[in-house]
Design a protein around this ligand. Structure first.
Ligand SMILES: [Mn+2]
Length: 303
């Protein structure tokens, strides 16, 4: 199991010990690259830091040859395992066809913004995987995502289509399972799971932080979007948006009864306050910009 984050990324320091403990409890090696921004920048060149994920996957695919690993599981530094009892072997095959061993097991994106979500994914150690990730890194088609949303995730989706991954066209136009598409999609090499299987975000969680202090243990029905009827929790909680620290903290406390060290907590509290200020500044900047644009447009049409 692998992850990476820059050493100034506090969310990573919050998720890493828990995810490591999960991996070690199941006998998986856990490798985390916690690096300075400078070192990461050097590794990705002119790209956004999110691209470090591809650098690390390619490196681990090479190392796997000598270490005898069959799979590499990537987990984002803003994601935490929610279902620590479940081994990863549960996800390695399609339950309906256990003879088929996919090279990539990935879930749909949480929103319609992207086809797939690379927050948690399982990469089989194979020649196909090496070629795929090499293409994601080197292809000219990736260039437009080097510094643009959603970086390596957009690039992976684009490359799979460009390579004409056999069977993917069956699902065009792509429909997510939460929007009427098939729950499980299979191509020749890729098993695409429904959003809730690997990578879940509890809708409004990040905005529940005010409630958090009064109610640290809400019933699941309080959590918007949670598949309450299902016995099984999604494998991981993956934070999105600007309130990642409080969302991840909540996932760790409520589901895992995990409390970070007091030293980390006090650093996190400062970060939460800072984030709130930043969001307020951003909101006021956005409205100012909107006003300026509006005036700009008015002026332009005036000519
Ligand atoms: Mn993420």
């Amino acid at each position: 199991m692998i992850t990476a984050f820059s050493d100034n990324y506090l969310v990573g320091h919050l998720t890493e010990p828990w995810n490591r403990a999960y991996a070690e409890a199941h006998g998986y090696d856990f490798v985390s690259d916690i690096l300075s921004v400078d070192v990461m920048n050097t590794a990705v060149g002119m790209r956004s830091l999110q691209w470090y994920k591809v650098v690390m996957i390619l490196r681990c695919l090479e190392e796997a040859k000598t270490r005898g690993y069959s799979h590499i599981v990537w987990i984002d530094a803003d994601a935490v395992v929610l279902d620590p009892k479940s081994p990863l072997s549960l996800f390695l095959t399609d339950p309906a066809d256990s003879n088929w061993v996919p090279d990539l097991i990935i879930a749909e994106d949480m929103t319609l913004a992207s086809m797939l979500n690379t927050g948690v994914m399982i990469v089989r150690v194979s020649e196909w995987s090496r070629n795929l990730w090499k293409d994601v890194w080197t292809s000219g088609r990736s260039k437009r995502f080097h510094v643009k949303l959603f970086h390596e995730q957009s690039s992976l989706c684009s490359i799979l289509q460009y390579r004409k991954e056999e069977g993917l066209q069956v699902y065009y136009p792509f429909r997510h399972s939460f929007s009427g598409g098939e729950k499980i999609k299979k191509t020749k090499h890729v098993l695409i799971l429904n959003r809730d299987a690997l990578n879940f975000n509890f809708g409004g969680w990040s905005f529940l932080e005010e409630k958090e202090s009064s109610n640290l243990d809400p019933p699941l029905s309080d959590v918007e979007g949670h598949p309450e009827s299902s016995q099984k929790l999604p494998f991981a909680f993956h934070a999105v948006g600007v309130h990642k620290v409080s969302a991840v903290l909540k996932a760790l406390r409520v589901y895992n009864r995990y409390e970070p060290s007091s030293e980390l907590l006090s650093r996190l509290e400062k970060e939460v306050i800072l984030q709130k200020h930043l969001v307020n500044i951003m909101i006021s900047c956005v409205s100012e910009c909107a006003l300026v644009c509006f005036i700009g447009v008015r002026n332009k049409t005036g000519y």
